[in-house]
Ligand binder design. Structure first.
Ligand SMILES: [Fe+2]
Length: 383
């Protein structure tokens, strides 16, 4: 056995923690920061306790709320240009995966020349980015503990990945109160994103014993808590467990990679701006079914973690898991692929090619070709 497992991020979880952010930044000796967030977070009133805490701690701050879903390279480049030379010492990301990934990219540009497109790929950084603190507001992304930043290059209609251990936030503050205001559709899609992280980490070729333990536990937690967290407004316990699940699924895939579900979802996200969690939910059952026979044992373990009858044999259990995944998506109101805005059959070849080019294609349980991606895309379209 031979594997590394890296987790440079300190994690603190506590209800109401955002009101203590100033204290945590003081401990990191940060006195001037840039907050990276989006208009939805601002409108939900989640920032007021953060501002109060920073003022109380004597930390000066600037705020940008210009992050869009599927964050764009031009926005990251523009924001970084605006604040380069403004004596910013660190960044605070408040939001879902889009805000945290954008903050990672901006943290890079604050210490590097050029544009974010220059740093696409693996280990392209030449020095440390500015330190980053993340307050996730969805239970799905895991970006608060990963070393990835996924940014849409609008010119290529392509979601590019940056991968470097120095992209990891220094501190993740998990405030279990913040997901209380999450709209059900976002809770559903982001929860399915977390499930996809866990399943791809566990069944993928880069899995290791530590990521396995984290991923299987995340799958169990999501299986028990996602529907109650979405459907029961006052179920604080389920939402808290989803935040744990998202976090540990992030720790798993940060080290074991994601795979072909994400390859397709990032391709269509880059082309149609489809919400990331929605795209993953659509393709997860199809890729799972396609991959099963590459490793029946692992796919059956996923099935049992999803609550499938433990008396079933491996092949039957794996088949039953496919139905569980389809049913979860349906119950959560995830649209079908043919209902996604902008999708047209003429693009399918291009989606398949972009999926194959993805940095995580090689981690899929079963080797994929452009044709096998095309086949999955057509299956999903005709479902
Ligand atoms: Fe994801």
């Amino acid at each position: 056995m031979n594997f590394p497992f890296v987790l440079p991020t300190k994690i603190v979880m506590e209800p109401g923690l955002r009101s203590q952010v100033g204290q945590h930044l003081q401990e990191m000796q940060l006195t001037r920061i840039l907050i990276v967030t989006d208009p939805g977070i601002e409108a939900a009133g989640l920032l007021s306790p953060i501002y109060a805490s920073l003022e109380h701690a004597g930390i000066s701050f600037k705020v940008t709320t210009e992050v869009k879903p599927n964050p764009r390279s031009e926005d990251c480049n523009r924001i970084a240009n605006e604040y380069r030379g403004a004596d910013i010492e660190g960044l605070l990301a408040v939001g879902g995966g889009s805000a945290i990934d954008a903050a990672k990219a901006i943290a890079v540009l604050m210490t590097h020349e050029g544009v974010i497109e220059d740093y696409e790929g693996e280990n392209t950084l030449v020095t440390d980015p500015l330190p980053l603190v993340a307050i996730p507001t969805t239970a799905g992304t895991g970006s608060e503990v990963t070393f990835f930043s996924v940014i849409t290059d609008s010119a290529r209609q392509y979601k590019m990945s940056l991968l470097d251990v120095r992209l990891a936030p220094e501190l993740a503050l998990l405030d279990t109160e913040v997901t209380a205001q999450l709209p059900p559709a976002i809770a559903a899609a982001t929860g399915m994103d977390a499930l996809t992280h866990a399943i791809e980490a566990y069944t993928g070729k880069m899995a290791n014993p530590i990521s396995d333990a984290l991923a299987l536990h995340a799958i169990r937690l999501i299986s028990s808590n996602l529907l109650p967290a979405v459907e029961e407004r006052d179920n604080h316990g389920a939402r808290e467990q989803m935040m744990v699940a998202s976090l540990i699924a992030g720790m798993a895939f940060g080290n074991a990679d994601i795979a072909s579900v994400h390859c397709i979802s990032e391709a269509i996200g880059g082309m149609y701006d489809t919400p990331h969690g929605v795209a993953n939910s659509i393709f997860l059952p199809f890729i799972f079914r396609h991959n099963c026979d590459a490793d029946l044992e692992r796919h059956s373990q996923v099935a049992f973690a999803l609550g499938v009858d433990p008396q079933l044999g491996e092949a039957d259990a794996a088949r039953a898991a496919v139905d569980v995944l389809f049913n979860m998506s349906q119950r959560l109101g995830i649209p079908k692929f043919s209902e996604v805005a902008g999708v047209q059959e003429a693009d399918f070849h291009s989606i398949a090619e972009k999926s194959k080019q993805n940095i995580s294609d090689a981690s899929n349980a079963k080797e994929m070709t452009v044709d096998s991606y095309l086949d999955i895309i057509r299956q999903a379209y005709n479902y």
